[in-house]
Write a protein that binds this ligand. Structure first.
Ligand code: PEP
Ligand code: MG
Length: 326
């Protein structure tokens, strides 16, 4: 199979009816960057910066972080990398950071909530990212943003760091793109305000978005079969997000696990997603699906599923795919 996927590695991901989909990878270790070259993906859609923080005995210094991010960008070559700022808490704990236990860690003091409350950590990380980007493009996104005010506060920290670094004589990045993850349902209901606020891009974190939408712990295998992202409820939410982002011409991607599954990815491109960020081994299978999919044919079918009363439309989509040679 691997050899089979390698055979279209250098072919762009274009659907049978000509839509170009950017297929990116999710990464979090330098090792994962090998997957970028090997898979022929278009870039790194999600670099999870917390992984090196978790693997170390103490908080990494600005210098250590700069070196690391520089290596990541070096390994990416001309391809874009979107760095996500520290997303710890919940299930991702730092061994050197003693914290009071929480009853509901997934909904607790985590991610952007921590870094807005402890801005020194965020400032240092952003400083390292600015220094590492040199004259390349800097793409940053913030995790677990629940409202526009949090996005603005985090972006303000980035702008202040950019100004501080410029004053020190650090060469500015060629271009700065600031985005946010969309993984807390409340932000969906502020999307019009967020899009007006000048957000440069949005990336749906479907793992958390589905967990919070269905009130179903993403790590609880007992619930896994009951709540399906291929359901009218979830697809309707994603449909709304695509419609609003398209109208504002703001680039939208999805970087949760569902994008790595070909059938789920088929539904996503039918809904209008044009950027998908997947685990590196997912690139081949998802690209294979895209090459054999006529998106304009799937779209109306997916739209008929949005109003069904079902808990899952996975079987409907599977039959459709089989009937249409996908
Ligand atoms: C997500 O929530 O979908 C996501 C991509 O982020 P993580 O899995 O790191 O929480
Ligand atoms: Mg998440």
């Amino acid at each position: 199979r691997r050899a089979f996927y390698q055979s279209f590695r250098d072919q762009p991901a274009v659907s049978r009816d000509g839509y170009r989909i950017k297929l990116m990878i999710n990464a979090g270790l330098l090792f994962d960057m090998e997957g970028l070259v090997e898979s022929g993906a278009d870039g790194v859609g999600l670099y999870r910066t917390e992984i090196p923080f978790m693997a170390r005995p103490s908080l990494p210094s600005v210098e250590t972080q700069t070196e690391l991010y520089d290596k990541v960008l070096e390994l990416a070559g001309d391809k874009p990398v979107t760095f996500r700022t520290l997303d710890v808490g919940g299930d991702k704990l730092l061994p050197y950071w003693n914290r009071a236990p929480e009853d509901n860690p997934a909904m607790g003091w985590r991610s952007i909530r921590i870094t807005l409350d402890r801005p020194a950590i965020l400032r240092e990380q952003l400083r390292a990212l600015i220094r590492a980007s040199g004259q390349r493009e800097l793409r940053v996104m913030f995790p677990m943003v629940a409202n526009v005010a949090e996005f603005r506060a985090a972006r303000k920290v980035l702008m202040a760091e950019l100004a501080r670094e410029a004053a020190r004589g650090t060469p500015p990045p060629r271009r700065v793109r600031v985005g946010t993850m969309l993984e807390v349902p409340s932000l969906i209901w502020q999307l019009p305000a967020l899009l007006k606020d000048g957000v440069d891009f949005i990336s749906v974190g479907s793992n958390d978005l589905m967990q919070f939408t269905f009130a179903a712990d993403r790590a609880n295998s007992r619930l896994a079969g009951r709540y399906d992202p291929l359901s009218p409820a979830a697809l309707s939410i994603l449909h709304r997000v695509v419609t609003l982002c398209d109208a504002a011409a703001v680039p939208l991607s999805l970087c949760g696990e569902m994008a790595s599954r070909p059938l789920d990815a088929m539904a996503l491109v039918a809904l209008g997603f044009r950027f998908l960020s997947v685990a590196a081994p997912g690139v081949g299978p998802v690209k294979q699906m895209l090459l054999s999919t006529n998106i304009d044919q799937v779209r109306p079918y997916v739209e008929t599923l949005l109003d069904l009363p079902d808990a899952s439309v996975r079987e409907n989509l599977r039959s459709f795919a089989l009937d249409h040679g996908i």
